[in-house]
Design a protein around this ligand. Structure first.
Ligand code: SF4
Length: 228
């Protein structure tokens, strides 16, 4: 499995924000989002090494954190995720998987952190066939339904502008089973100023709907830096 980096930090997003964690970042992604902040680990795929599961597990052990976050890129691309998550769980680790919710696989996971990609993710500067592939792959409600049915989950939506709310509500309306406090609205931004700019309106909307306002705390804590 292609691994770009393994490091420790605090989880900066979502229901388990603040949890000391070991992050395993895999390389490769089936999407190409306009706002992707891990291009080196997704479609540009400039970094990484193929590591055996034993080696990955060994590195996780060295860091000594209970909570392990599988992120990317798109972790669900790899069938090796099944034995990797089985081993991690057998060793007593708590596992979060961060995924765009376009691929399903019978992995072991204690929090499936799904970030469905809205039309604001569509790249404008890419070749036509790449834009088309992104559009075909990005919206897979049948996969999201499977994931939220099987796992403890959170649904994170990246908001560019408050107008994105209409599309989010349309998406959510396909899943009457979704619990409102599992819906997280996250302002787009790579600086604290950008993140905070939309804060009041998004917070107000979250309060009204019972959703959770979710700033990217790693940007606020550390700035836009890798391995955070
Ligand atoms: S799904 Fe995530 S890793 Fe893949 S291109 Fe989009 S933002 Fe980047």
């Amino acid at each position: 499995m292609r691994i770009v980096e393994i490091f420790t930090s605090k989880q900066g997003e979502g229901l388990w924000t603040g949890t000391e964690s070991t992050f395993i970042r895999v390389g490769g992604c089936n999407l190409r989002c306009s706002f992707c902040d891990t291009r080196y680990a997704s479609w540009e795929q400039t970094e990484g090494k193929d590591l055996a599961i034993e080696e990955i597990v060994g590195r996780v052990l060295l860091f000594g954190r209970n909570h392990v976050i599988l992120t990317g890129g798109e972790p669900m691309l790899y069938t090796e995720m099944i034995p990797l998550t089985e081993q991690l769980e057998a060793m007593g680790h708590t596992i979060t998987i961060e995924t765009a919710g376009t691929l399903d696989s019978p992995v072991r996971c204690h929090l499936m952190s799904i970030s469905p990609k809205l039309s604001n993710s569509t790249p404008k500067d890419a070749d036509e066939h790449i834009i088309k592939r992104h559009e075909i792959n990005r919206n897979r409600p049948e996969v999201v339904r499977q994931l939220i049915g099987r796992y403890n989950y959170q649904l994170k939506f990246v908001i560019d502008s408050i107008n994105d709310i209409v599309e989010i509500e349309l998406f959510i309306s396909q899943f009457p089973e979704i619990i409102p406090d599992r819906v997280l609205l996250m302002p787009q931004g790579v600086t604290a100023e950008e993140i905070l700019r939309n804060e009041p309106r998004i917070m107000e909307y979250c309060e009204k709907k019972g959703y959770v306002y979710c700033p990217r705390m790693q940007i606020i804590w550390y700035g836009n830096r890798r391995r955070t």
